[in-house]
Design a protein around this ligand. Structure first.
Ligand code: CA
Ligand code: CA
Ligand code: CA
Ligand code: CA
Length: 374
């Protein structure tokens, strides 16, 4: 394993040197056929597209490509997949760009963002428009980090807490008085399980909801806290590689995921490694956090642990209205099957609460869907 990583890093280094040599020779790139695909190859290894290549994210990309080739990935496969993948990605961004660019002048004006899908992009316009000229170009949109946008900073978290607590008129939220559409969410926040949410508890939870997952290793256990992002698969690979002694991932507060595909892939790394997942009596996981928990080969749920489930969202059509045979369901169904959770669990999560609400699993449901596993 260690050798693989070293070779991989070396390959990346050589590939980038090859790219530099060309520039020094100042040959037009189209006249150097041997270099074809190499810049794409380097770019595809930067899984989170932040301009840096972490060996573990590169490994995650190579493992995915190798799986697609049934374990027989040739250099030519890699080159063609890299350019096909990047073209596909450009196409997706271009489609979104064209949809927003209503007057089709090749630029996005602020009022176009304003009218797109209920104006959800308007608040991001200033940040996407990096040169502040009040129009968004294709390259500005392409280079924009939408993940960072999904995470609130300390000031925004405090503002949100202020607004929510103002509604309840005091310094605590009494869960007995919360409307059913919000109860599932606020139940997650009650860290000491006294039926009330203090501002400190809200702050603890919302902070975890806005900081990408971090692992802290103590003995054979890795404690996991934070929100699941596209960085999770590489973090899990790093954890497994650097801590061969690890047996258990104990999740404290994991409120959800902003990249379901990355989440399920990271879950399968955990499952294949045979790790145990654990929720202690103060743990609160929800949504994608619940999915990740289910990837444990053994699964421990202590009394008091809170598991939240709901339907996925993000599309124009609610998940419950997408036909059951539609391929959008496949990735979830295959995941649950692989980790030995009845697929009925998936349909239950879609029905039990819409994406904007949260349902706390009852003890009976935890048993019915084989959430615990020895
Ligand atoms: Ca990167
Ligand atoms: Ca336009
Ligand atoms: Ca601009
Ligand atoms: Ca409390």
């Amino acid at each position: 394993m260690k050798n693989t990583i070293q070779i991989l890093s070396l390959a990346i280094l050589l590939a980038s040197c090859a790219g530099n040599a060309e520039n020094i020779l100042e040959k037009p790139s189209e006249s150097v056929p041997t270099s074809e695909g190499i810049p794409d190859l380097i770019e595809i290894l930067d899984g989170d597209e932040n301009g840096y290549i972490n060996p573990y994210e590169a490994l995650d990309v190579l493992l995915q490509l190798n799986k697609e080739q049934n374990g027989d990935l040739s250099i030519n496969d890699l080159k063609s997949k890299a350019s096909a993948y990047l073209k596909e990605k450009d196409k997706e961004i271009l489609e979104m760009f064209n949809e927003v660019d209503q007057n089709k002048d090749g630029e996005i004006q602020i009022d176009e963002l304003d009218s797109f899908e209920g104006g959800f992009m308007e608040e991001f316009a200033k940040e996407i428009d990096t040169n502040n000229d009040e129009v968004v170009t294709f390259s500005e949109m392409k280079n924009f980090d939408f993940t960072a946008l999904a995470l609130a900073n300390e000031v925004e978290i405090n503002e949100r807490i202020h607004t929510i607590f103002e509604e309840y008129g005091n310094n605590v939220i009494d869960l007995a008085k919360v409307d059913s559409d919000k109860l599932g969410r606020y139940t997650q926040w009650d860290e000491n399980r006294d039926g009330k949410v203090s501002k400190e508890e809200a702050h603890l939870y919302l902070t975890a909801d806005n900081i990408p997952v971090e692992f802290t290793v103590e003995g054979t256990t890795a404690y996991m806290e934070g929100v699941i992002t596209s960085a999770l698969p590489s973090k899990v690979l790093q954890l497994i590689f650097e801590h061969p002694e690890l047996t258990t991932i104990e999740m404290t507060i994991v409120p959800g995921s902003i990249d379901d595909e990355a989440n399920l892939r990271a879950g399968l790394y955990v499952y294949d490694r045979g790790l145990t997942t654990k929720l202690n009596s103060r743990s609160a996981v929800a949504s994608g956090g619940t999915d990740f928990f289910l990837a444990g080969k053994q699964r421990i749920v202590e009394k008091g642990a809170i598991l939240g489930v709901h339907s996925w969202g993000g599309g124009n059509v609610p998940a419950t209205e997408v036909p059951k045979e539609d391929p959008v369901h496949t990735k979830y169904l295959e995941f649950y099957e692989k980790v030995d959770v009845p697929t009925s669990f998936y349909w239950y999560t879609l029905e039990v609460a819409p994406a904007e609400n949260m349902h706390t699993m009852t003890e009976e449901e935890i048993k019915r869907y084989k959430v615990r596993k020895n």
